[in-house]
Design a protein around this ligand. Structure first.
Ligand code: AMP
Ligand code: TRP
Length: 328
């Protein structure tokens, strides 16, 4: 069975974008691949997090992973820092990465350009840690959204470089982009992706939003004044985004939805999308409520860390030996 690995960085509450672009796909993949998923808590602190809030977000993320259908019997689910090997290989990767490579990372450049201030060295070297996260496990595929592709490509470059310098050690990972819903856009600004770092909450639906609140957000989503239901991502990005959300959640094609609502008003389409989203959130939240105060979270993480550590430990020993760090 081929192996697949991915991480999610819950620096806020998980959003519908995370769900459609990442989480939901993992649930499908766990039947087809040996799936390894982790909560990237070390990545979270590259930007200051209020500790109480971070703790809640991490716990919620595990509960939501499970609520969305990830099955600890099938997938290995763990907290990144429970497996110490990530930090050590991250450091080793940083020693094999050129500053020029990190300077080219768009996500970092964007953050600097936005002049957010207090840019940490951790944020700068984040792609090195991410490369370690991946390379420790020799995955065949790394499913990520568009914004993370460049980081996976860097991991691949670093693996190649390492193999070349020290001999064959790492498998070269491939990024795997989701077909539908790889980039869900903000409801209030369809030119930007739906993201928890948005300034206003109106454009972003959280998985733990009250379904009625989510409905209202959909109903007031920005569309256009053409007044015609068509699949035109360029000219009608807001409308397209709504249809893409519904398509992803119902396993339909956008063209199919266009066909159904052609000639009708935007309000009717919005009501449909709002219902689809509310139904999905209700389903997820019912399971979440059953999980959040149960032992399932601790058990899942304990078991996951054990399984992941066994793989990561073997790989790190090999790396230490190859580099010449190991003298026994
Ligand atoms: P983030 O929340 O940015 O750490 O992303 C976690 C995962 O969810 C990554 O694979 C992202 O690419 C994906 N993701 C985040 N936001 C969206 C979005 N608006 N549309 C699709 N995928 C997303
Ligand atoms: N950087 C990813 C994000 O922000 C999360 C992540 C960390 C990750 N390590 C990873 C994703 C390894 C895939 C593989 O979403």
């Amino acid at each position: 069975m081929q192996r697949m690995l991915s991480g999610i960085k819950p620096t806020g509450q998980l959003t519908l974008g995370n769900y459609i672009g990442a989480l939901r796909n993992f649930v499908q993949y766990q039947d087809e691949y040996e799936m390894i998923v982790f909560i990237a808590n070390l990545h979270c602190i590259t930007v200051y997090q209020e500790p109480k809030e971070l703790r809640k977000n991490l716990k919620d993320a595990v509960a939501l992973y499970l609520a969305c259908g990830l099955d600890p019997q099938k997938a290995t689910i763990f907290l990144q820092n429970d497996v110490y090997e990530h930090a050590e290989l991250g450091y080793i990767m940083a020693c094999n990465t050129y500053m020029g490579e990190l300077n080219r990372m768009t996500q970092f450049k964007d953050k600097v350009a936005k002049n957010e201030g207090n840019i940490t060295a951790g944020l700068y070297t984040y792609p090195c840690l991410m490369a370690a996260d991946i390379l420790l496990y020799d995955p065949d595929y790394v499913p990520v959204g568009d914004d993370q592709k460049q980081h996976v490509e860097l991991a691949r470059d670093l693996a190649l470089r390492f193999n070349h310098k020290y001999g064959d050690t790492f498998k070269l990972p491939e990024p795997l982009a989701a077909k539908v819903g790889a980039r869900i856009m903000s409801l209030s600004d369809p030119y930007h992706k739906m993201s928890k770092s948005e300034h206003s909450d109106k454009g972003c639906i959280y998985l733990l939003d009250d379904p009625n609140v989510a409905k209202k957000k959909i109903m007031s989503a920005v569309t256009d004044s053409f007044g015609e239901i068509k699949a035109d991502k360029e000219k009608q990005p807001g409308l397209y985004n709504l249809m893409e959300i519904a398509a992803a959640l119902t396993n339909r094609q956008v063209s199919d939805i266009v066909e159904e609502f052609k000639g009708q008003g935007y309000g009717i389409l919005k009501t449909y999308v709002a219902d689809v989203v509310a139904k999905e959130l209700t389903k997820i939240q019912e399971r979440y409520n059953a999980i959040i105060n149960s032992d399932m979270i601790n058990e899942t993480l304990k078991e996951g860390a054990m399984k992941a550590s066994a793989i990561a430990h073997r790989k790190l020993l090999k790396v230490r030996k190859k580099i010449g760090l190991e003298i026994r």
